[in-house]
Structures are given as structure tokens and as C-alpha cells.
Design a binder for this molecule. Structure first.
Ligand SMILES: *[C@@H]1O[C@H](CO)[C@@H](O)[C@H](O)[C@H]1NC(C)=O
Ligand SMILES: *[C@@H]1O[C@H](CO)[C@@H](O)[C@H](O)[C@H]1NC(C)=O
Ligand SMILES: *[C@@H]1O[C@H](CO)[C@@H](O)[C@H](O)[C@H]1NC(C)=O
Ligand SMILES: *[C@@H]1O[C@H](CO)[C@@H](O)[C@H](O)[C@H]1NC(C)=O
Ligand SMILES: *[C@@H]1O[C@H](CO)[C@@H](O)[C@H](O)[C@H]1NC(C)=O
Length: 381
């Protein structure tokens, strides 16, 4: 590359601030990142990054005994001190509500009770385990009811995100493992959700993805709202499940592969993030055999997100649900230092991919990033 005129000289200078070889990206602390860019053809920028790591928590490992009484199940204590302290307790609320209302209305076929005894840290007993421990959500069929597991984000202010988990779902047929965004409405037709649902009665290479609601007011299925996708790796095996909830589309990935994208009724308004493992004996969830159980196991959760800063309570729960905390919005929207978790070799740690965007572009948008990238490539030819 020859510096023949001032223009290409300038551009060559830009190239050095914009991009170095992927292997050279420098690990950095989140405090040194103004924003985080996601990868893929529908890249977006987010101001916040959180990483919840359940891989080395041996001191908190405790698998609670199943509780066969619905009331005791609902009243169960937290499984370990891990759930009483930061970062967990600032971010997630373990649920204890039950579905008795749905049951009365005939929508559920079986009493389901969420129990703190079903959310716990367990030892990884895999041969050649990739971690010491992982987080487990358990659902179990008791004589008279189904106990279930759910935790909801305390903030209700997530406004677009890229959420990733390293997880697997194992156990009996008749349960649903889910990761979803949720915006409550008293009108079921105005609920907004971007759902990943694994039905354990389904083949292990299919996952259901939906921008809710998937039923119209007249009860008809809305086919554009949902996809039963074939995935490249069995959900029984450890894999990275990712949802990118963006302003125009929701896209889901398994191990980095785009498996489903839905543009129809993409959730618009701020939402919570919820994980659960449940069943209520219906055709949708399946009917688990008495004494059986199924588990969603999670080694880590990583969130890239924006927040409206207005954490209105929109939870569907009433028990042990902490009041939403106000998330501080950055005063300065400028993104000079752009980071990525996708380009990082260390899970949970960001790398700096653009060290000084102000010298290369004024526009803080993926388009600006792409443009700078193209200009730079052009300059290098
Ligand atoms: C994901 O795949 C769908 C279907 O092939 C495609 O329409 C969409 O553009 C892809 N999205 C991304 C972000 O790659
Ligand atoms: C997140 O917020 C930043 C700063 O306001 C904005 O530039 C970016 O486009 C937002 N991302 C999404 C996906 O809306
Ligand atoms: C998804 O597709 C699989 C394979 O065809 C099928 O067995 C399963 O019942 C489907 N699931 C739903 C919810 O339609
Ligand atoms: C995006 O990053 C993930 C890791 O977070 C990787 O698995 C995937 O292959 C990347 N996708 C593209 C299109 O580079
Ligand atoms: C599931 O089993 C319960 C009793 O064990 C029964 O009441 C219910 O109707 C069953 N549901 C389905 C969908 O078969």
C-alpha cells in the first residue's frame, strides 16, 4: 500500500484505529467500552453488557429435595446464598406464583407451582466436564401437581437486546424450557414477547420461536408469529442459544447459526427477560408422568442491551418480586470505544474493536460502522 496522496494517507490512518486483526483485539473492561456491537448481518449497538457465570460456584452447590406439597413448594427457601447476593439478587427474582387462576379458567390442566427449590446450583457431573457447576431450572411431576422453576429480570426496562446462554435441556417429556422477553398487558392480545421454547415432547432438533401473541382475538393461530425451526445441534447438548431482539426483527441463533428470524409483530416496548421450566398438563406443554422431572441447565448468561431507564413494573408475578430498579442511562450517547463480545476469545469478556470512532466517523450506527469498514477496505486495495 502506497501513500500517494493525502486522501489515502488519511484513510490508511483510519484503518489503523478502526481495525486490527481479530486475534489482536485487546481484552478490555466493560467500563472502557462506550458501546457493544453485535455481529452478523443485522448488527446493532448496545450500551450495556452483563455476564452471569455459574461455572465455578462449588461453594453454593446444593440440590434441594423435591417438595411434594404445593404450599410448601411455593414457600421453599432459596436453594443457596448465591441467590441472596449480588450480582444475582440485583438482577433476577426467583418466582413462587402458581397457575390456580389458569386452572380455574380451564386453560391449564394441572396445578403448577413455581418453587425456589427448583432453581439451584448443581455440580457438573459430565464426563470431562466443561465447568465445575451450572445453574439448574427443574420441573417435576408430583402426585397432585407440577412444581416449576422461573426467574424474571428485576428491571422491566430492557429495550432491545442480544441475550445469549450456554445451556442444555434434559429429562422427561412434557415440559417447556423457555427464555423470553415479556411485556405484560391485561389484554392478552397486547402482550409482547419474543420467545424461545423447547418442548421436551418435540424432537431434539426442533425449537419453537415466536413473537407473541400467536393467537388472534378469535382464537385462530397466527402463523406469521411463530416458527418451528430445525436447529443444527440437539437442545440436549450444550450450545449457545442467542436471541437478538432488534427494533424490526427478532433473530434466534444456535451456536452462531441463524435458525429463525421473525419480523412480524416484533416487540416494540420495554420488557423483562424471563427464564422458566414448566408444564401444566396441556397439549402444548405435554403431560409429565408422575415422579418424572426435566431440567434446563445453564453455564452462563450474557446480555447486551439498551435500557429505557424507566423500569416500570410489568411483571405477571406477585410473590417475592422485587421492585424494578432504575437503570442509569448514559449521559453521553457517543460511542467512541466500540467493544465486542463476539470477537473475544474469553467468554464474558469484551474486546475493543474500535478504539476511537470519533476520528473515523460521526454517525453512531451500524451503517456508520459498516461504511467506515468499507472505506477502510477500499483504501487498503
Ligand atoms: C436469518 O435467516 C433468514 C432465513 O434464511 C433470513 O431471511 C435472514 O435475513 C437471516 N438474518 C440474519 C440476521 O442473518
Ligand atoms: C442502543 O442505544 C444507543 C445509544 O442511544 C443507540 O445508538 C443504539 O442504536 C441503540 N440500539 C438499539 C438496538 O436500539
Ligand atoms: C415441530 O416440528 C417437529 C418435526 O416436524 C414436530 O415433531 C413437532 O411436533 C413440531 N412442534 C410444534 C410445536 O409444532
Ligand atoms: C458471531 O459471534 C458468535 C460468537 O458470539 C459466533 O459463534 C458466530 O459464528 C459469529 N457470527 C458471524 C456471522 O460472524
Ligand atoms: C394430564 O394428566 C392429568 C391427570 O394426571 C389429567 O387431568 C389431564 O387431563 C392430562 N392432560 C392431558 C393433556 O392429557
Amino acid at each position: 500500500m502506497a501513500f500517494t496522496n493525502p486522501r489515502s494517507c488519511l484513510l490508511a490512518g483510519l484503518a489503523m484505529t478502526v481495525l486490527t486483526k481479530a486475534d489482536d483485539f485487546q481484552e478490555t473492561s466493560d467500563n472502557d467500552c462506550d458501546c457493544f456491537v453485535t455481529n452478523g448481518t443485522n448488527a446493532h449497538y448496545f450500551t450495556n453488557h452483563k455476564f452471569y457465570d455459574f461455572r465455578s460456584l462449588s461453594e453454593y452447590a446444593n440440590v434441594p429435595e423435591p417438595i411434594n406439597d404445593p404450599q410448601d413448594s411455593s414457600n421453599a427457601p432459596l436453594a443457596s446464598d448465591y441467590f441472596k447476593q449480588s450480582p444475582w439478587s440485583d438482577s433476577w427474582g426467583i418466582q413462587a406464583w402458581d397457575n390456580s387462576v389458569n386452572l380455574q379458567e380451564g386453560e391449564a390442566k394441572l396445578l403448577m407451582v413455581n418453587s425456589a427449590s427448583n432453581v439451584y446450583i448443581g455440580k457438573n457431573k459430565d464426563p470431562d466436564p466443561a465447568s465445575d457447576t451450572f445453574l439448574t431450572l427443574r420441573t417435576m411431576r408430583h402426585d397432585e401437581f407440577q412444581s416449576a422453576a422461573e426467574f424474571e429480570s428485576i428491571p422491566c426496562s430492557y429495550h432491545f437486546l442480544s441475550a445469549r446462554i450456554y445451556a442444555r435441556t434434559v429429562g422427561a417429556k412434557g415440559a417447556i424450557a423457555a427464555m423470553f422477553t415479556y411485556r405484560k398487558s391485561d389484554d392478552p392480545n397486547l402482550i409482547q414477547e419474543a420467545d424461545l421454547e423447547i418442548r421436551t415432547i418435540d424432537p431434539p432438533d426442533t425449537i419453537q420461536y415466536t413473537n407473541q401473541p400467536s393467537y388472534s382475538r378469535t382464537g385462530d393461530a397466527v402463523s406469521q408469529a411463530t416458527q418451528n425451526a430445525t436447529v443444527p445441534r440437539s437442545w440436549e447438548e450444550w450450545s449457545v442459544h442467542r436471541v437478538d431482539w432488534n427494533p424490526k426483527t427478532t433473530t434466534w441463533y444456535v451456536d452462531g447459526q441463524n435458525v429463525s428470524q421473525i419480523g412480524f409483530q416484533t416487540p416494540r416496548d420495554p420488557a423483562q427477560v424471563i427464564f422458566n421450566m414448566w408444564s401444566e398438563g396441556t397439549a402444548w406443554t405435554g403431560n409429565m408422568t408422575r415422579g418424572d422431572a426435566a431440567y434446563m441447565q445453564i453455564q452462563w448468561i450474557e446480555l447486551l442491551y439498551n435500557s429505557t431507564g424507566d423500569a416500570t413494573t410489568n411483571s405477571n408475578s406477585n410473590v417475592r418480586h422485587a421492585v424494578g430498579t432504575r437503570l442509569a442511562r448514559r449521559k453521553d450517547d457517543a460511542c467512541n470505544k466500540v467493544c465486542s463480545v463476539d470477537e473475544s476469545h474469553k467468554i464474558g469478556t469484551a474486546v475493543l474493536v474500535v478504539s476511537d470512532a470519533s476520528s473515523t466517523m460521526r454517525v453512531y450506527s451500524p451503517l456508520g460502522f459498516a461504511a467506515a469498514f468499507l472505506i477502510m477496505l477500499f483504501a487498503m486495495v
